[in-house]
Design a binder for this molecule. Structure first.
Ligand code: NAD
Length: 483
C-alpha cells in the first residue's frame, strides 16, 4: 500500500492545503513506493504561525530542559535505528550498512551533541575601569532549515538540533526526493512530547515549499545545505530581507597523493572517499591527483578495486554500491560521463548504467567510474557530478598539485597524502578549502567549524559556530560611575 507522507505542523500530521502529493521513488527498484505532500506557501505560512506561537515558551525554558527534549529524541532514534536505517536505504538507495553505521547513529549523535553543547554554551563578559559589558546570545525566533537528499536524516538533525537548542522554533523543509526519515523524526518528536509548534516539517518541491520558506518575512534565518545553484537563489532572496543565511553547497574536492604516502592506506581511503554513498557525499574526492612517479601503479590498483566493488540490492548486507538517488540524477551523471568522453577522457572502468536482475531491473545503478586524460579545466574537472565518478590526473611537483587542486570555483574539502608532515602542512595552508584532511578522510570532531570557501559555502556549522549562527547577539553595557 502506498503510504502518504504528510506535513507535521503545530504537532499535527496534516495534508497539504492543495491536497496534492508528489510521487516518492525507491531508487533501487525504480518505482513509486509512497507519496509526499506537495506543499506551497500556504502550508509554510501555517507552519510559521505554529512556530511563532510556540517560540516564546520554548525560549523561556532553561537550556537544560530544551537539551533534555533533544536527548529524548536522540534516544528514540537509537531505539528505532533498524527501522530508520531501512527507511533511509529504501528512500535513498544507499547500502544498508552505510545507513546503519553512518546516517542513523550520526543523526542521534547530532541531537545529543548539541544538547550537551548548549548546556556548556555561554556568553562573554568584558570590563575595564569605566564599564562592564556582557554579550548575550538570544534566540532569533522562527528559523528555516532546508536539507538535501544525500544524507537525509543526518543533515536535517545537524541543522534543527542547534536551532532548537538555542531557543528558536523551526520550520524544516527536507528534500522532496528523500522525505521518509524526516516524517519518522516528526513521529518521534511527537512521541517524546516535544511541545506542539516547536518543530514543524513541511514537505514539497524546492521551487514551491522551499522558496516560500526562504521568502517568508517572519523566518529570521535560513540554514541551507544543497547545491550551489539553489544556494545562490536562497542567498539572493535572503539578502533582500537582510535575513541571516548559512549556505553549505557543492564541492569538487581534490585528493592529492604524493609518492611518499602510505600507499595502501591512501588507496583504501581513496576508494572510500570516491565511492562512499555512490559518490554522493559533498566531501567525496572527485579529482584524484597523483604524483607522476606512482601514477600508473596507483591508477591500476584503484581501477582493480573499483571493478571489484559489489553493486546490488542496497538492503543486502554484502552490497557495497547501491543505487543513485533518482532517475533524473542518474541521467545527469551519465550525461557528464558522455561529456568526459567527448572531451577526450579515457574511461578506465565503469562509464555506464548497470541493469541488475529481477526487481532491481529498473533501479538506478551506475558502475563505479574512473576517467583519465582530462585536463584540469575540462567540464568534468570543473562541475560537480555528485555520483560514482572521479578523474585521475598526474602531477609533477607540490606547486603544480596545489595549483590544480585550487583550479575550480569550489572549495569545500581536500585530502593530502604524504609521510612528509611539513609538506602536508604547507599544502594544507595553500589549499583553498574549508576542511583539509591529512592522511585521512571524513574524520570529524563535531566541535570544529565545518563549511566551504568560494562557491562551496558561506558560514560555518558545528559546535559553537552552529549555536552562534542560530542566535542574535546583544551587548549590554553598564558604566561603573565615579566613586
Ligand atoms: P538541491 O539544491 O537541489 O536541494 C537541496 C534542498 O533545497 C532541497 O530540500 C530542495 O527541495 C531545496 N530547494 C530547491 N530549490 C529551492 C529553492 N528555489 N528555494 C529553496 N529551497 C530549494 O540539492 P540536492 O540535489 O538535494 O543535494 C545535492 C547537493 O547538496 C550537492 O551539490 C552537494 O554537494 C550538496 N551538499 C552539500 C553539503 C555541504 O555540507 N556542503 C552536504 C551535502 C550535500
Amino acid at each position: 500500500m502506498t503510504e502518504k507522507i504528510k506535513n507535521y505542523i503545530g504537532g499535527e500530521f496534516a495534508d497539504p492545503h492543495s491536497g496534492h502529493y508528489l510521487d516518492n521513488f525507491n531508487p533501487s527498484r525504480g518505482k513509486v513506493y509512497s507519496q509526499v505532500a506537495a506543499s506551497d506557501s500556504e502550508d509554510i505560512s501555517r507552519a510559521v504561525r505554529a512556530a511563532q506561537s510556540a517560540q516564546p515558551q520554548w525560549a523561556k525554558l532553561p537550556a537544560e530542559e530544551r537539551a533534555n527534549y533533544l536527548r529524548r529524541i536522540s534516544d528514540e532514534i537509537l531505539k528505532h535505528a533498524p527501522e530508520l536505517a531501512r527507511a533511509e536505504t529504501i528512500d535513498n538507495g544507499k547500502p544498508i550498512t552505510l545507513s546503519r553505521e553512518l546516517d542513523i547513529p550520526r543523526s542521534a549523535k547530532n541531537l545529543r551533541f548539541f544538547a550537551d553543547a548548549v548546556s556548556q554554551f555561554r556568553g562573554e563578559f568584558f570590563s575595564d575601569s569605566f564599564s562592564t559589558s556582557t554579550v548575550r546570545y538570544t534566540p532569533l525566533g522562527v528559523v528555516g532549515c532546508i536539507s538535501p537528499w544525500n544524507l537525509p536524516l543526518y543533515l536535517l538533525t545537524w541543522k534543527i538540533a542547534p536551532a532548537l537548542a538555542m531557543g528558536n522554533t523551526v520550520v524544516a523543509k527536507p528534500s522532496e526526493v528523500t522525505p521518509y526519515t524526516a516524517s519518522l523524526l516528526a513521529q518521534m518528536a511527537s512521541a517524546v512530547g516535544l511541545p506542539a509548534g516547536v518543530l514543524n516539517i513541511v514537505h514539497g518541491a524546492g521551487a514551491h515549499a522551499g522558496a516560500a520558506l526562504t521568502q517568508h518575512p517572519d523566518i529570521k534565518a535560513i540554514s541551507f545545505t544543497g547545491s550551489t545553484a539553489t544556494g545562490r537563489m536562497i542567498a539572493q532572496a535572503a539578502a533582500a530581507q537582510f535575513k541571516k543565511c548559512s549556505l553549505e553547497m557543492g564541492g569538487k574536492n581534490p585528493n592529492i597523493i604524493f609518492a611518499d604516502c602510505d600507499f595502501e592506506l591512501a588507496l583504501k581511503t581513496t576508494m572510500r572517499s570516491t565511492f562512499a554513498n555512490q559518490g554522493q557525499i559533498c566531501l567525496c574526492g572527485s579529482r584524484i591527483l597523483v604524483e607522476k612517479t606512482i601514477y600508473e601503479k596507483f591508477r591500476d590498483a584503484l581501477v582493480a578495486r573499483a571493478n571489484s566493488l559489489r553493486i546490488g540490492d542496497p538492503l543486502l548486507e554484502t552490497t557495497e554500491q547501491g543505487a543513485v538517488v533518482s532517475e533524473a540524477h542518474m541521467k545527469k551523471i551519465l550525461h557528464y560521463i558522455e561529456i568526459a568522453r567527448r572531451e577526450g577522457g579515457k574511461i578506465l572502468c565503469g562509464g555506464e548504467r548497470i541493469r541488475l536482475a529481477g526487481e532491481l531491473e529498473n533501479g538506478y545503478f551506475i558502475k563505479p567510474t574512473l576517467i583519465e586524460g582530462l585536463g584540469p579545466s575540462c567540464v568534468v574537472n570543473q562541475d560537480e557530478v555528485f555520483g560514482p565518478v572521479a578523474t585521475l590526473m598526474p602531477f609533477e611537483n607540490e606547486n603544480q598539485a596545489v595549483a590544480m587542486a585550487n583550479s575550480t570555483r569550489y572549495g569545500l574539502s581536500a585530502s593530502v597524502w604524504s609521510k612528509d608532515l611539513g609538506r602536508c602542512e604547507r599544502v594544507a595552508n595553500a589549499l583553498q578549502a574549508g576542511v583539509v584532511w591529512l592522511n585521512s578522510w571524513m574524520v570529524r570532531d563535531l566541535r570544529t567549524p565545518f563549511g566551504g570557501v568560494k562557491e562551496s559555502g558561506v558560514g560555518r556549522e558545528g559546535g559553537d559556530y552552529g549555536l552562534r549562527f542560530f542566535s542574535e547577539i546583544k551587548t549590554v553595557n553598564q558604566p561603573l560611575g565615579a566613586n
